[in-house]
Design a protein around this ligand. Sequence first.
Ligand SMILES: *Cc1c(COP(=O)(O)O)cnc(C)c1O
Length: 223
Amino acid sequence: MYNVRENLLRIRQSLPAGVKLVAVSKFHPEDYIMAAYEEGQRIFGESHEQELQRKHETLPKDIEWHFIGHLQTNKVKYIAPYISMVEAVDSLKLLREIDKQAARCGRTISVLLELHIAEEATKYGLTLDACRQLLAGGEWRQLQHVRICGLMMMASFVEDPEQWRREFTAAADFFDEVKAQYFADDPGFCERSWGMSSDYAVAVECRSTMVRVGTTIFGPRVY
Ligand SMILES: *Cc1c(COP(=O)(O)O)cnc(C)c1O
């Protein structure tokens, strides 16, 4: 097995106090997850609904699963009974569906709004203006079964730490803007989820509170 335990402990030691580690276990087998679990890791990130479903069924029930990928609205119902956080909410439609399915389960589900700041032309994530519009619309305030806990984003897939830094800083500044405007009285709006294997060290310098690390813990993914 890849050196899961050593890698995990090394990363944990390098993170400032208060930064949460999401161990991104997508495409990795259950015994890798258990190795991390036995070192005390409880937050794991997955991005495919069926894979998550299978792992959730067989692995310990005190694992907090974060859905970190693009979630289709028609898949929400499958994970709503147990998902701990949906990290990549990028539409009001998805937010409404999470609220609806959480209500059916008698739960409240934590979510992050996903920003699109990177230069790549991906179709996922809210531009800053789209995020402002979603919040200004106010409908989210009526959704009693979702809790908006902060923002999530991915930096550009380039090997340029200065570009990562610009993008993370833009996200951190935007966090301050919406915190002041909409969540000043809500201590639960506190998460800034940025940083992956290549860039998490830069991300924590740019006020990340939650890094999502896969490859550096579990090794290369076998697709
Ligand atoms: C896969 C994935 C990660 C982890 O990527 P690594 O480079 O393996 O650390 C983090 N965030 C999201 C959204 C992902 O899809």
